[in-house]
Design a protein around this ligand. Structure first.
Ligand code: SAM
Length: 317
């Protein structure tokens, strides 16, 4: 269905848990999250009702995210049912990849077609630092397992962090020469007030061009990333610029959090509750949320922080 600015809303991001097995410094606090009680969170059945309600309004693409979706019990069953929902044409999942050696094949068999794997660095010490304790080797094994499982598409997402991984832009981009994957550089969003990064960490996507002058521009594919390719590469380079060049005019998505709030816009504090509602009531609440989706996310910079009032792990990236 169309929102009040004429945008066709066809994409739902469903966060299935706030919990994560890593603690990325730009995403969540070191101590993790205050574990919510079961009755504050959507049940698996409520998540599936929300997916059916959304599909009946024209949602065709579903992304399962978190927190870390692969720490949720029964994630494979949830994906299987979500993929089989009438109207859902494409099921995607975003993960840090560390649990993919166990889950890649079952997820593919359950109907997940596309995977986004977060990978901000190829340096073991830096990986341990940014994730507050994670092992790069686990993520790389996950990437191998995903490559073997036969997904339609694998994208590696790196958040651009000045002074942390800008020196690794060429090395990360070169993964597209070795694997049939896309590598996407995402501008750091000022989400988490207690985050570890100051103004110098916010670097625009144009920094990627400075490091990779040989990039060849590709036509847009309808997504939010500006697309390029290294000569001879197996996959594309994408640049996602929520800060320096926002793409709100073509935003086609809404979000549902694990605690049952619809977020019509990532950076707005507006939330509509679906916890405890029937499927019909969810449909009407979703319809209202789509109609109240704002025209744009408002000024966003290190000085004008996101008004989302949640960390990313509590929204779903
Ligand atoms: N655990 C999964 C993962 O690591 O991909 C899924 C959830 S995570 C919140 C989803 C995406 O949000 C990741 O690609 C992560 O890098 C991104 N993200 C989190 N905080 C961000 C921030 N402040 N700015 C930009 N991207 C962010």
């Amino acid at each position: 269905m169309k929102d009040s600015y004429g945008r066709e809303i066809s994409y739902l991001r469903l966060s299935v848990t706030e919990l994560c097995n890593l603690r990325c410094r730009y995403c969540m606090p070191a101590e993790g999250v205050c574990k919510k009680s079961h009755n504050e969170l959507l049940t698996q059945e409520e998540m599936l009702s929300a997916v059916r309600a959304a599909a009946s309004l024209g949602i065709e693409k579903l992304r399962v995210t978190g927190g870390e979706p692969l720490v949720k019990p029964d994630i494979v069953a949830l994906c299987r049912e979500a993929a089989a929902t009438e109207g859902i044409k494409e099921l995607c999942l975003t993960t840090n990849g560390t649990l993919l050696p166990r889950f890649a094949k079952p997820l593919r068999e359950a109907g997940v077609r596309r995977l986004n794997i977060s990978l901000d660095t190829l340096d073991e010490d830096k990986y341990r630092y940014i994730t507050r304790g994670g092992q790069l080797e686990d993520a790389m094994r996950g990437l191998e397992a995903a490559s073997e499982a036969g997904f339609d598409k694998i994208k590696l997402n790196a958040v651009l962090i000045g002074g942390f991984n800008d020196d690794e832009i060429p090395r990360l981009a070169e993964l597209t020469l070795r694997y049939p994957v896309d590598v996407r550089f995402i501008e750091l969003m000022p989400m988490y007030d207690g985050g570890d990064f100051g103004p110098e960490a916010f670097i625009p996507y144009t920094a990627v061009h400075e490091h990779l002058p040989e990039l060849e521009e590709l036509p847009p594919d309808g997504g939010v990333a500006k697309l390029y390719r290294l000569p001879g590469a197996l996959g594309n380079i994408g640049m996602i610029s929520p800060i320096s060049a926002h793409f709100c005019a073509s935003c086609n998505r809404i979000r549902i959090t694990a605690d049952g709030k619809i977020k019509p816009c990532l950076h707005s504090s507006d939330e509509l509750t679906i916890k405890g509602l029937s499927e019909d009531e969810m449909r009407e609440t979703l319809r209202g949320a789509i109609l109240q989706k704002p025209r744009w996310h408002g000024e966003l910079s290190y000085l004008s922080r996101s008004r989302a009032q949640r960390n990313m792990n509590q929204i779903g990236g």
